[in-house]
Design a protein around this ligand. Structure first.
Ligand code: PMT
Length: 399
């Protein structure tokens, strides 16, 4: 097999030092790596470091023409199997969104036909600025892949979202993109994520521990594989991926309304959200007062079963996927839900297991269809998202 070529653009941020490790990892995989630095990036890491690590001349200036670069008239834009920009500053993301080509990096990336992956890294304020967010949406709509940024302590001293993903994670994304084609292109995927919240009064509610991670990972993976994704999310506690359309809800009834409005357009519906099964019969408009030591009885009524309603409305060619969060009799309960909700696939997680279920980075599940049951070992929710999408594609191919 021919070695894949990765063109790595490095822009001016402190995370540039991590890009040297990324080059080393990619070379160990047998990839050919060419590095293009912006002038600002050279202030953080010298071109000599990247030339040495990559075994190829590191290119900085637009008018530089290293001897080996022009061989057989193959430009880096054409040679790339994937174009990666890590770290990607707010500035370079803005240039990419506008098609500005004023240095070697932006000129080459504009010319490439290869998939482009960006690993943003910047201060939280810059990341959340409307201009950056709108640029990201533009880039995502054009099919640009995104990894990170992560939350945590930033170089500027702030804490928040903006850290570049670790080189191992960027490497994982590169491998995934090189291996997967846009096999969901032309399909509309509806994903639900996160917890719903049922209020008792303006300050009290019941809910659950769902962080949104599982649904977000699926939405992100589906975007990466070329789908149009509508993400409907309840209360979540982690950064949200960019999707074609995003709808925010709070209660199960709101989730029901949004899902039943959107589901007819979807080819694939994946319900990873954890809706509250019950709501308070009465919602107090003012904060409830203590009852002088007397016990109180609060009546709850059942919420609609959203997945069951989607199952009732299922149309030809649609694939329905649910999750089952169980604490006992995992497969038995999950199979009942598969049947009752008219699903094609149910992803059963035993939420009592360490590393599985609510608010974890990983999950351990069993994929259950009408014909088979496949236990999946512990893996990150993003890795699992790809496994679930692979399964859905296989199911759709078999009808
Ligand atoms: O968000 P994370 O922190 O990453 O956690 C992930 C998760 C544990 C929430 C996820 O993996 C998961 O299991 N989601 C489903 C949680 C759940 O509500 O399970 P359930 O067994 O109660 O419901 C079965 C299915 O019916 C689910 O697809 C659910 O979305 C749906 N449902 C449930 C209740 C309801 N009223 N309407 C529904 O549609």
């Amino acid at each position: 097999m021919d070695a894949k070529t990765v063109v790595l653009g490095v822009t001016g941020g402190i995370a540039a030092y991590k890009s040297a490790e990324l080059v080393s990892r990619l070379r160990k995989r047998g990839y050919i790596v060419h590095v293009i630095e912006t002038k600002n990036a050279t202030e953080f890491v010298t071109p000599l470091t990247f030339s040495t690590m990559s075994g190829q001349p590191c290119i900085v200036d637009t008018f530089e023409r290293p001897e080996t670069w022009d061989v057989k008239h193959i430009s880096l834009a054409q040679a790339a199997d994937i174009f990666v920009i890590a770290p990607a500053t707010a500035n370079v993301l803005a240039k990419l969104a506008c098609g500005i080509a004023d240095d070697m990096l932006t000129t080459t990336v504009l010319a490439t036909k290869a998939p482009v992956l960006v690993a943003p890294a910047m201060n939280t304020g810059m990341w959340t600025a409307p201009a950056t967010q709108e640029n990201m949406i533009t880039l995502m709509k054009r099919g640009v892949y995104v990894v990170g940024p992560e939350g945590g302590k930033l170089a500027c001293g702030d804490t928040g979202t903006g850290r570049m993903s670790e080189p191992s994670q960027i490497e994982e994304e590169i491998v995934r993109i090189l291996e997967h084609q846009k096999d969901l292109q032309g399909l509309h995927v509806l994903v639900t994520a996160g917890a719903t919240r049922e209020h008792l009064d303006p300050v009290r509610f019941i809910s659950n521990e769902s962080s949104g991670r599982m649904g977000f990972a699926i939405a992100e993976a589906a975007m990466e594989r070329g789908a149009e994704v509508t993400l409907i999310h309840g209360i979540t506690s982690v950064p949200m991926p960019f999707c074609t359309k995003t709808i925010s809800v709070e209660s199960t009834q709101e989730l029901y309304d949004a899902v039943t409005t959107e589901c007819m357009k979807a080819d694939i519906v994946i319900q990873a959200a954890a809706p509250c099964d019950y709501r308070f019969e009465q919602i107090f408009t003012q904060k409830m007062k203590k009852q002088s030591g007397e016990p109180i009885v609060l009546r709850m009524v059942e919420n609609p079963d959203i997945a069951a309603e989607v199952g009732r409305r299922k149309h030809y060619g649609q694939t329905l996927v649910g999750f089952a969060a169980e604490t006992e009799k995992l497969t038995e309960h999950a199979m009942q839900k598969l049947e009752k909700k008219n699903l094609d696939l149910i992803v059963a997680n035993d939420v009592t297991k360490a590393g599985a279920g609510f608010n974890t980075e990983t999950n351990i599940v069993t994929l259950i269809t009408r014909d088979e049951m496949e236990p999946i070992p512990i893996m990150t929710k993003k890795e699992l998202a790809f496994v679930i999408l692979d399964k859905i594609i296989a199911l759709r191919a078999s009808i």
